[in-house]
Ligand binder design. Structure first.
Ligand code: GLU
Length: 489
């Protein structure tokens, strides 16, 4: 195979979403698997919808995911610029060359005329796309329309034939000639459309494989026709890329996941403390699998194994619980130091530690992370479990539901007994604390461990979900632990 070149070319509108990340991942993995190049291009030709903010988020999220690109924003490359808004002269030139070669034409129909003819075609049961009426205007007819002040669009003249191609995921696909009419490539105001800019750039950037969502399948015959036209006018290297259309992602109720669904919001995953490797692993499973009996793998393993032929064309269901479980597996694969480092920004944005950490916070964190790294699926769960250690005594609060469950009269008696047992303790170590509490609560009061330690846990950590109790008390220190026990009663 010649050098593989794939691309990810989102439009910067709104928040980056899960479907985009899956497309980016598959395109990236395909290029990496074949030792090829991955191009990142921004399709920002629609000034009314695109935003700089969204562009910034896209670049940001690609960095966060760790999907590196060989050409594109920030890194440049031989076929730049990589933002379509900076390539307008290229599209104008290509459109002109298509016109000059008779492969495209100016069409002067008004919106009303088009609508009227479409209605009529529908009523007569004919295909309702553009009917080609202005394809062969004479120079006089054109002049007459222009004299009326009509502004033409540019339409591509579709050769009259059926279109068949082999999709790498879906196999052979045919679109009948009657279903692919002449389409607009440049608006009356001169704005080039996706229909032109996307294949132009794919051709000029040498893209060999187009991996993208199934919703774009119907644009493929038009793009193939443009490639054939490009070969005639010398845009690109004369070849047509291969296409792979990735399955829809569905959400609850088997509906297609929409950009507006909350689980679509990619940055939400970062905020919730997903690891990029966990999220990418899960996204890979939306349509692909490494083996029937295995669903946790690293990015390197994915690259090694990524075969486009293994992509399943059927819709893939997004299952948040499974996504979290896979993230948890990756959390446990990370060395504890790495979990610590990843946790720091989350603790900082929760306002629990400083930036940079103080020496004391760093020491405490080093001791605390090994207590929780195996118990969390998301980094934010780690923040919740460690909050009690870093929060100031003034800001410490007990979860109300947990208080109601654990700190009733009987629970408060237990807390009092715990306070008494710990008050005089000589050495403040995990072992000594455990010995004192077991002695006072389990042996002397005859309580079951769960009944004995639950109230103490809630009083000291504020929650029923915490790191192991005796270690927690040791880390919190004698003074603060005793104060919290006293405050609870
Ligand atoms: N900018 C297009 C989109 O975001 C790219 C589609 C394609 O991959 O061809 O939908």
């Amino acid at each position: 195979m010649a050098e593989v070149i794939t691309r990810f070319c989102p439009s910067p509108t709104g928040n980056p979403h899960v479907g985009m990340a899956r497309t980016a991942l598959f395109s990236w993995a395909f290029a990496r698997h074949h030792g090829g190049r991955f191009v990142f291009r921004i399709e920002d030709t629609d000034a009314s919808r695109d935003s700089e903010e969204s562009y910034g988020l896209l670049v940001d999220v690609m960095h966060w995911l760790g999907l590196d690109w060989d050409e594109g924003p920030e890194v440049g490359g031989p076929n730049g610029p990589y933002r379509q808004s900076e390539r307008m002269d290229i599209y104008a030139d290509v459109a002109q060359r298509l016109l000059d070669a008779g492969l495209a034409y100016k069409a002067y129909d008004t919106a009303e005329e088009l609508e009227e003819r479409r209605e009529k075609a529908r009523a007569e049961g004919r295909a309702s796309g553009y009917d080609g009426l202005h394809r062969d205007l004479t120079p006089e007819q054109r002049q007459a329309f222009e004299a009326e002040g009509r502004e033409p669009v540019i339409r591509f003249a579709m050769p009259l034939k059926d279109w068949t191609f082999t999709d790498l995921v879906r196999g052979d696909i045919t679109f009948g000639a009657e279903n692919v009419q002449d389409f607009v490539i440049v608006r009356a105001n001169g704005q080039p459309l996706y229909t032109l800019t996307n294949p132009t750039d794919d051709a000029l950037m040498g893209v060999t494989h187009v991996l993208r969502g199934e919703d774009l399948l119907s644009s493929t015959p038009r793009q193939i026709a443009l490639y054939e036209a490009f070969a005639q006018i010398g845009v690109g290297n004369g070849s047509t890329p291969e296409f792979a259309h990735l399955p829809y992602v569905t959400g609850a109720g088997n509906r297609k996941l929409s950009k507006r669904d909350p689980e679509s919001n990619l940055l939400g995953y970062r905020d919730q403390g997903f690891l990029p490797e966990g999220l990418l692993n899960y996204l890979a499973l939306l349509g692909w699998s490494i083996a029937d009996d295995r669903d946790v793998f690293t990015l390197d393993e994915l690259v090694e194994a990524f075969e486009i032929g293994r992509v399943n064309p059927n819709p893939a269901r997004f299952d948040l619980q499974k996504c979290e479980a896979i993230n948890g597996s990756h959390m446990r694969l990370l060395p504890v130091d790495e979990v610590r480092d990843r946790l720091v920004p989350y603790l900082q944005s929760a306002g629990l530690v400083g930036d940079p950490l103080t020496a004391e916070q760093a020491t405490l964190l080093d001791a605390a992370v090994p207590l929780v790294n195996e118990r969390m699926a998301l980094l934010t769960e780690g923040v919740d479990m460690l909050r009690f250690l870093f929060v100031s005594d003034d800001d410490f609060v007990i979860d109300e539901a947990d208080r109601a469950k654990q700190l009733d009269d009987a629970g408060l008696d237990v807390v009092r007994a715990a306070h008494a047992a710990l008050e005089g303790l000589g050495e403040w170590t995990t072992e000594a604390i455990e010995g004192a509490l077991r002695g006072a609560l389990v042996d002397d009061l005859g309580l079951k461990p769960r009944v004995a330690f639950g109230p103490v846990r809630v009083a000291v950590t504020g929650s029923r979900i915490s790191p192991p109790l005796f270690e927690s008390l040791e880390l919190l220190g004698r003074e603060r632990s005793l104060r919290r026990l006293a405050d609870a009663v």
